[in-house]
Design a protein around this ligand. Structure first.
Ligand SMILES: [Zn+2]
Length: 167
């Protein structure tokens, strides 16, 4: 069955080698102040939006994967380094994209704050009314890791195209 779906949001890396389309709006959106996310983006936090993988279509290239911990992989453009994705190995059917990589980064507003144990002091005023989830409590924010990942790790990022109609 070849259902035609229209992209709701589009994005990609700085150099244009990797492009994607989201076929649904992210079902959970947050910023992560966690130390690994800070490292991953070279900034104070990572802004993430998640979707089931079926709602994400790679429209040009695919990201290269980096195992940033035993729990998660991060996708980035191998040519320009732009951080693009985050995925818990225990929850491989869900993928988060870096919202800074959206073509319209203002289109999605975060509603939760995660990794708040590593939040920098001057970021304390961001999202003042958002629920906060320190590391290990991501489950309450809907980022719950699932069961143990299979070993060896599954091949991530099957490049099979998803049917969609360009905007
Ligand atoms: Zn690139």
């Amino acid at each position: 069955m070849s259902e035609q779906r229209k992209p709701v949001l589009t994005g990609g890396c700085q150099c244009g080698a990797v492009r994607y389309a989201l076929l649904a709006r992210p079902d959970r959106v947050g910023i992560c102040h966690g130390r690994v996310c800070q490292k991953a983006v070279g900034g104070p936090f990572l802004r993430l939006g998640g979707d089931p993988e079926i709602d994400l279509a790679w429209t040009r290239g695919v990201p290269t994967q980096f195992a940033s911990s035993s729990a998660a992989d991060r996708g980035f453009c191998a040519q320009c380094g732009t951080p693009l994705t985050f995925r818990y190995l225990r929850r491989p059917e869900h993928i988060d994209v870096s919202l800074g990589s959206l073509d319209d980064p203002a289109a999605v507003v975060p509603t939760v704050a995660m990794g708040t144990e590593s939040r920098l002091g001057w970021c304390g005023g961001l999202l003042p009314s958002a629920p906060e989830y320190p590391a290990g409590e991501h489950n309450q924010a809907g980022f719950r890791p699932g069961p143990e990942p299979p070993s060896p790790r599954p091949r991530l990022w099957l490049a099979a195209p998803h049917p969609f109609t360009p905007a």
